[in-house]
Design a protein around this ligand. Sequence first.
Ligand code: GLU
Length: 439
Amino acid sequence: MSTIVRFAPSPTGRIHIGNARAALLNWLFALKTGGQFILRYDDTDVARSTQEFADGIAADVAWLGIKPARVEWQSKRFARYDAVAADLKARGFLYACYETADELDRRRKRQQARGLPPVYDRASLKLSPGEIAAFVAEGRKPHWRFKLAQKPVEWNDLIRGAVHIDTATLSDPVLIREDGTYLYTLPSVIDDIDFDVTHVIRGEDHVVNTAVQIEITEAIGGKVPAYAHYSLLNGADGKGLSKRLGSLSIQQFREDGLEAMAVVSMASLLGTSDSIHPCTDYSELVESFDLGKLSRAPARFDEAELKLINAKLLHMLPWGAVKDRLAYGDEAFWLAVRGNIEKLADAKAWHGIVAGDMKGEVAEADAAFIAAARAALPPAPWDGSTWKAWTEAVKAATGRKGKELFMPLRRALTGLDHGPELAALLPLIGREKALARLG
Ligand code: GLU
């Protein structure tokens, strides 16, 4: 059986780290099983969904390296949803309800006051034709609820193991609002059936939905997919991420100059039994991917850790992985500086230091020492051994050693007291510039 999975964002905003995790777990599953990944826009909320957000999400998904085999839009499928809804109504699975939001609210409060669970009491099912006619005459339009079987629903969750939910404990869910628009539940089930989705991999906030959706799938006569619900993300403070999600958007990470593979590595490995570490491409992630490695405990997302993973990733990236994105430098330059940057853009400052015209910093007390060092500069051509030969000569000439010897040279050559190995930088700076900086 070939697998089909879907990532189903609503284009009512851009995707954040939590959505990226949903996308990546599905994408890795598809890659691992040789299956198909569908990008499905859950845009039944026509008023809040925009083309701009959808385009933005497509760009975010592409930036993450995900290549959907197929893109679907729920807003293009209303005729299909209407047909299924009509059939469910005809067979008594969808029933009309006439309560206003206020009435429902009051009823819930009364139930709570009496210590009863706030489950919808199916009062609308008991209305007489006369009562219904009176509501209609009053101008009320019905919303439509799905009549749950009120029985235990069980599935073998690929992350959580055996799950049992008794739908007798749930309110019959509203699937169609009184203005005729669909809530997410029914279109999602119809799409999963029509697109032959084999595995639904999504957050644990959907566990209860799953019990409902399994019943709806069965009512429609569709094949129930396998389900896997992963735990949600908390922030470094252990609290939910919801309030800060804007700042954790994929767009923001990209604009901040983070590497896509750093975000991919982190989002893919969070909450698994594998350590969070940078992966330079997908191959290792696919190799080690296993839904069974996902923990049931909330995963912790720490932005500081993402920055660290980003730096570690850069430190190991080969020149080939960055050369198209750097408009300067060469392989020797990249290998010299990559260990000293946190973001790719940081390489630019090092390029300025290597290739630019700058005057080094020489303290008055070091002036004679620097003059002696200048005189001891070896002749060109320079290579990786020049630094050692030079500093040994300077040591012999001046008697300085250790920090006393190296720090004034570093400051004079780079203007800084930290940075990449001077053995690597010196040949990049070259004899002519070194002479000028030491002079
Ligand atoms: N649009 C839904 C969400 O973002 C999709 C959930 C699902 O995967 O079924 O929560």
